[in-house]
Design a protein around this ligand. Sequence first.
Ligand SMILES: Cc1cc2nc3c(=O)[nH]c(=O)nc-3n(C[C@H](O)[C@H](O)[C@H](O)COP(=O)(O)O)c2cc1C
Length: 179
Amino acid sequence: MDMSSAQAQRALRNALGAFPTGVTVITARDPQGQSLVGLTVNSFTSVSLEPPLVLWSISNRSASISHFSKGSEHAIHVLSSDQEALAMQFATPKADKFAGVAYQLTQDFGAPCIEGCAALFECVTESVIPAGDHQMILARVLRYETEPVTPLLFARGAFAAAVPAPLVPLVPAKVCSTT
Ligand SMILES: Cc1cc2nc3c(=O)[nH]c(=O)nc-3n(C[C@H](O)[C@H](O)[C@H](O)COP(=O)(O)O)c2cc1C
C-alpha cells in the first residue's frame, strides 16, 4: 500500500486508537506562580509502586511543555464520565483554559487541583526523556486521592464511560501520602 506520510500517520493513529485508555487533565503553574497551564492527556500510565512512578508524554508542539521540566510539580487528574466537556476544554488551545473550572491552589503544592475527578495524583517530574515528536515525563507521586465514580474512557477517537465490574467494590481513598 502506497500512502502519503499524512495518510500513514492517520492510519497509525487509527490503529493505536483501538487501545482504550482513561483520560486525564494535567495541570501546572509556572515557577513565578503567575500563569496556569493544563492539557488533556491519554498517554498516562502507571509504572512503579515502589517508588511510586507514573509516565505520560507531551507533544514537542505543546505550548505548556516548559512547565513540566525536571523537578516541576504537576497535578494529574483522572476524569470521571461526566467530565467530557472538561476534557475538550483542556484539549482546545485558548488563553484561559481554567475559565469556569473549580480548582484549588495551596501553599504546599505548585499546581492547581481540579475538583470532582475520579483520581488526583500530585506529582513531581523525575526525568524528561526525549521520544520522537514527544517528551516522556516520568513523575513521582507525592500524594493522591480517589473517589468512587465512573472513569471517562477514550477509544477509537471517541469518549465512553467505563462500567465497573460489579464484583469489585470501589473503595474511596481520601488524601494519601506516598512518603
Ligand atoms: C483524548 C485526548 C487525549 C490527548 N492526549 C494527549 C497526550 O497524551 N499528549 C499530548 O501532548 N497531547 C494530548 N492531547 C492533545 C492536547 O490535549 C492538546 O493538544 C492541548 O491543546 C495541548 O495544550 P497546550 O498546547 O496548551 O499544552 C490529547 C487530546 C485529547 C482530546
